[in-house]
Design a binder for this molecule. Sequence first.
Ligand code: PSU
Ligand code: MN
Length: 305
Amino acid sequence: MNKYIEYSVEVKHALDNNLPIVALESTIISHGMPYPENVKTALECEKIVRDNGSVPATIAILNGKLKIGLSKEEIDFLGKKALKIVKTSRRDIAYNVANKIDGATTVSATSYIASLAGISVFATGGIGGVHRGAETTFDISADLEELAETKVLVVCAGAKSILDLGLTLEYLETKGVPVVGYGTNVLPAFYCNQSDFLVNFRIDTPKEIAEVFNTQLLLNLRGGMLVTNPISDLYSMDKEVIDEAISNAIIEMNKEGIKGKETTPYLLSKIAEITKGDSLAANIQLVYSNCRLASEISVHLNKLK
Ligand code: PSU
Ligand code: MN
């Protein structure tokens, strides 16, 4: 196993000294945002994690290695090559490593690789879920299965309404994944902090979130925890505006015949186009907020371990 893993100096030092760490994904860099905003955002995420007490570990597959902690140059490479970098979910990990194909890791692949290193807190923007129309397409993100299997706490801003939020919650319930609302009873919907759904548990402080997750680990419960952090009112988009943009983006997508793993990246960029960049600005702010919260949770979790 070790021959496939390569740590940055900073992450190796953190692991050796039991410092709190936060994993960060790389699909959001290559497929989730345009260049150069993607690189700028990824570097700022690392800074926010550091400023709040943890060490950032951005994860990707490069030169046949599972890289845990990237250099600025590597982040720049992933951002510039963007869609030319293969979006790598759990199913793609072995093939890409064996063939030395560079990969930007999704929530599922990042969680798995983080768990190999014993990293148990991870910040992202949004997770994949049950797509609208999944009853005919069967399009259910591997992210949900990973949350069911892997002991990682994932901080996100809820799920975008490009997904079916109700079915996503049902799927997580079936798999026994607790969905926590940070300071909210309402499941946040990514760009917008309102939705018609409720979270399982409202918890108001990073410390209490860490305590519940630590208890979950001590009870040896399978799987992770989903912490949903609502986008701040300052940046939250109007529900009607974003819902209409999403519906129109889905219509365009179906016209163009986009399917499978291209779905999420296509919709993200289409929605940014329709909202003239407003959705991208919201996306960037919510990721920053998630990095802050994840770093704080990781600091508290670290004290309990
Ligand atoms: N949501 C975002 N930005 C993203 C993604 C989701 O707002 O970049 C990425 C994440 O990497 C997530 C992946 O794991 O999309 C889900 O893709 P799919 O639906 O194909 O499983
Ligand atoms: Mn899918």
